[in-house]
Design a protein around this ligand. Structure first.
Ligand SMILES: Cc1ncc(COP(=O)(O)O)c(C=O)c1O
Length: 457
């Protein structure tokens, strides 16, 4: 039997062959290969993608919270093709290109004051890798402070600063000198506080104690995500990032904002840290930088660090760094965000989503908390709103995931793809999502949550 997908005729045999080739000759990231049931993607457009049986999915997490401008944007595709034809690759240490200069200039315009120069890498992980090395190089100190409930990437340094448990099976040889602190998790305050202000105050006192225990003179940098992401969108309480900036200044430590997920409009501003009106010393970026059309990451450095690099060679680079084709994708994607008013739409749709999610709490008793900043949001699913017992705990075992796995399967069956984890369901569609698309996605989530609702006690 033949089916038509984007005008191409494909038989079920061909679909099976595609799956088989992938199964036999490639490895999926992050998952146990045997249990995986990947979606056989055919094409994508805007907030949707289709599998090869022509089933449509609404992409409620913009893949990995990176396809910020939505799928299938022609302007980016054309910019990439044009750059490929002009010059497709250059040596990142010995050559410059028009497109790299234009991208650097554009980023300096949208970045906080004083952050004007960008060092371009290939991904979020290696952007953070570069930032760790640069912080150590610039300060001459070695320790890095980061949060337990954080994810900064998968390479050795980036995994070391992450608190995310995915690294635990291979964490015997990570970087030394990495110190983790508790998060200002107001919903489950580690210090038993019942207000955001209380959590914020205790969290900052805690960070300062750790700085003093470790010895400020040994600490190069404090890493913060611009807004918490895959660890559960643990929204920073008001004043937290400002407080971190104060501590960094007091002890002469660099503050680094990892904007890999929270940047490029995702949180209703160019960078998440701008919501807190804070200027970090470095920003790391990837994902929304190119909206995922081509891999690219980077570090934006403060003028004081750029000045230091005038006389000190930072021995760090890579063959594909500052790739001209990636630069073209990035510049075009940033222009699309600007021209199509996507940051304004993100704020508006983020507020709308929040209102709708709060209304859903009347229908779905399993919704314990909703946290959303711009279009980076999460629903935290619980067994009981009073006790806040999670439907699946942090770093849940396979057995503990029984109910949530059924919810996740239902989402997929109903045609919604989103990032899910433990007791979290993410709400992070492309930044040009419409009200109708938001309604469609939230209705599916509400329907799937009925499975969890039955397990509330
Ligand atoms: C905050 C943050 N930093 C870094 C990374 C790693 O980026 P990449 O997957 O491009 O290496 C991620 C990925 O999810 C992230 O969310």
């Amino acid at each position: 039997m033949s089916k038509t997908v984007t005008g191409v005729s494909e038989s079920e045999d061909e679909n099976a062959e595609i799956l088989k080739n992938n199964r036999d000759y490639t490895l999926l990231h992050w998952v146990k290969q045997k249990d995986a049931n990947p979606i056989n993607v055919s094409h994508a457009d805007g907030s949707y993608f289709w599998d090869r049986d022509n089933k449509r999915y609404i992409d409620f997490s913009s893949q990995l919270m990176n396809v910020n401008i939505g799928h299938g944007n022609k302007k980016v595709a054309e910019a990439v093709a044009k750059q490929m034809a002009e010059v497709s690759h250059t040596h990142a240490g010995c050559m410059v290109t028009k497109i790299k200069g234009l991208l650097g200039k554009k980023i300096s315009e949208i970045a906080p004051d004083g952050l004007n120069k960008s060092f371009f890498t290939l991904s979020g992980s290696d952007a953070n890798e570069a930032a760790i090395m640069l912080a150590r190089f610039y300060t001459g100190r070695h320790k890095i402070i980061a949060r337990y409930r954080s994810y900064h990437g998968t390479s050795n340094g980036a995994a070391s600063i992450s608190g995310d448990p995915r690294k635990q099976p291979f964490d015997n040889n990570l970087l030394s000198g990495i110190v983790h602190v508790e998060d200002p998790y107001s919903y489950r305050c580690p210090w038993g506080q019942t207000s955001e202000e209380g959590t914020c105050e205790k969290a900052l006192e805690h960070v300062e104690r750790i700085i003093n225990f470790e010895g400020a003179q040994t600490i190069a940098a404090i890493f913060m995500e611009g807004e918490s992401g895959t660890s559960g969108c643990i929204k920073y309480p008001e004043g937290y990032l400002k407080g971190i900036r104060v501590l960094a200044d007091k002890y002469d430590i660099l503050m680094i904002s990892d904007e890999v997920m929270s940047g490029f409009g995702r949180c209703g501003n160019w960078f998440g840290v701008q919501n807190a009106d804070v200027i970090p010393d470095m920003i790391t970026m990837a994902k929304g930088l190119t909206s995922g059309y081509i891999p690219m990451g980077g570090v934006i450095v403060h003028d004081k660090i750029a000045d230091y690099l005038e006389d000190n060679a930072f021995g760090y680079g890579m063959t594909y760094g500052a790739h001209p084709v990636a630069c073209a994708a990035a510049l075009a994607s940033i222009e699309v965000i600007e021209e199509e008013g996507m940051i304004e739409n993100t704020r508006k749709m983020g507020e709308y989503a929040k209102d709708q999610l709060l209304k859903m709490m009347d229908i779905n008793p399993s919704i314990g908390d909703v946290r959303i900043t711009g279009l980076l949001g999460v629903i935290e699913v619980v067994k009981n709103r009073e006790t806040k017992e999670p439907m699946a705990p942090w770093n849940a075992s396979a057995d503990e995931m029984a109910v949530m796995n059924k919810v996740f399967a239902k989402l997929r069956e109903l045609g919604l793809f989103t990032f899910t984890r433990w007791n979290f369901i993410f709400v992070a569609p492309p930044l040009n999502v419409t009200k109708e698309e938001m309604d469609e996605g939230l209705a599916i989530i509400s329907e799937a949550l009925k499975i969890a609702d039955e397990h509330c006690c």
